[in-house]
Design a binder for this molecule. Structure first.
Ligand SMILES: Cc1cc2nc3c(=O)[nH]c(=O)nc-3n(C[C@H](O)[C@H](O)[C@H](O)COP(=O)(O)OP(=O)(O)OC[C@H]3O[C@@H](n4cnc5c(N)ncnc54)[C@H](O)[C@@H]3O)c2cc1C
Length: 243
């Protein structure tokens, strides 16, 4: 099938999924690191997602402004739980305050999962995460490990964080030990670009690229890739607002 037809099919699938709003029961939350929290929800048996996709999460236990926001599903379908992981600073938005107020058994709503940010082919793949942008990649790599075909695909993860506060580091290291992916931790722009260049040099035109994180990082990495003649079709982006 042609790329455009696949995109159009994806669009209609997404549209249908957006209207399919479901209640989800909150199970628990925990602090991952300073200012980063994960929230776990029960997964309905009929909820399906492709690792890397996101849900539109709505707060329903009280009226707030901007009650619906997109969040990558950080869990793999194989984990049988819905997990979102987010940064909550000293002055949280109303939405994030409401997340912190959730008690086990309370409900939120989610529509989706939606988006085309998922591994679709067997090409060598470069995943580029900036900070909190690691969330969709956790799902992809966990699912990849669970489906047992870790060694058949070349996946490289470049994870950059200026504060070297690498979320999910123990899990990512364990996945790297099992050869699910090569994982490189970075803390500077310069080294990130060097690593991207070495991937491009190694795989020439065969590579597929994913970049996720704060909007500014996604924009600058995309511009860098386009400068290296990587076509738009080979690049998928998840730009997180509010960071
Ligand atoms: C495809 C996609 C996937 C995404 N996945 C994730 C994900 O996995 N994890 C994630 O964290 N985000 C993700 N995002 C971004 C997410 O949707 C939010 O935009 C982001 O988390 C910021 O939310 P916020 O409520 O803090 O933002 P905003 O309301 O935009 O607030 C931004 C900042 O403004 C300040 N602020 C806002 N309201 C107040 C207030 N009432 N009082 C004081 N200060 C205030 C706070 O400092 C806050 O941090 C994703 C976005 C997209 C498009």
């Amino acid at each position: 099938m042609m790329g455009k037809e696949v995109d159009e099919m994806g669009f209609f699938k997404d549209l249908a999924a957006v209207f399919n709003k479901r209640e989800m029961t909150f199970i628990d939350s925990f602090k991952e690191s300073e200012n980063i929290y994960s929230f776990l929800f029960e997964k309905d048996p009929d909820l399906h997602w492709e690792p890397g996709q996101y849900g539109l999460i709505s707060i329903t236990h009280k009226p707030i402004k901007n009650a619906t926001k997109p969040f990558s599903l950080a869990s793999a379908p194989a984990e049988n739980v819905v997990r979102i992981t987010t940064r909550i600073g000293d002055q949280p938005s109303e939405f994030k305050q409401a997340l912190l107020e959730l008690k086990p058994g309370m409900k939120i709503k989610m529509s989706g999962a939606i988006g085309s940010f998922s591994l679709k082919n067997n090409n060598p793949t470069l995943l580029i995460a900036g900070g909190i942008g690691i969330t969709p990649f956790r799902s992809m790599l966990k699912q990849h490990a669970a489906s047992g075909n870790g060694e058949n695909k070349q996946i490289h993860l470049l994870y950059t964080d200026s504060k070297k506060s690498y979320l999910f580091k123990d899990e990512l290291d364990a996945l790297a030990d099992r050869s699910v992916a090569d994982v490189t931790y970075l803390d500077s722009r310069e080294n990130l670009e060097k690593e991207i260049e070495s991937f491009i040099a190694r795989y020439k035109d065969n590579g597929t690229f994913f970049v996720a994180g704060p909007k500014s990082l996604v924009a600058s990495v995309s511009a860098f890739l386009q400068g290296k003649k990587i076509s738009k079709q080979k690049l998928k982006k998840d730009a997180f607002r509010g960071y």
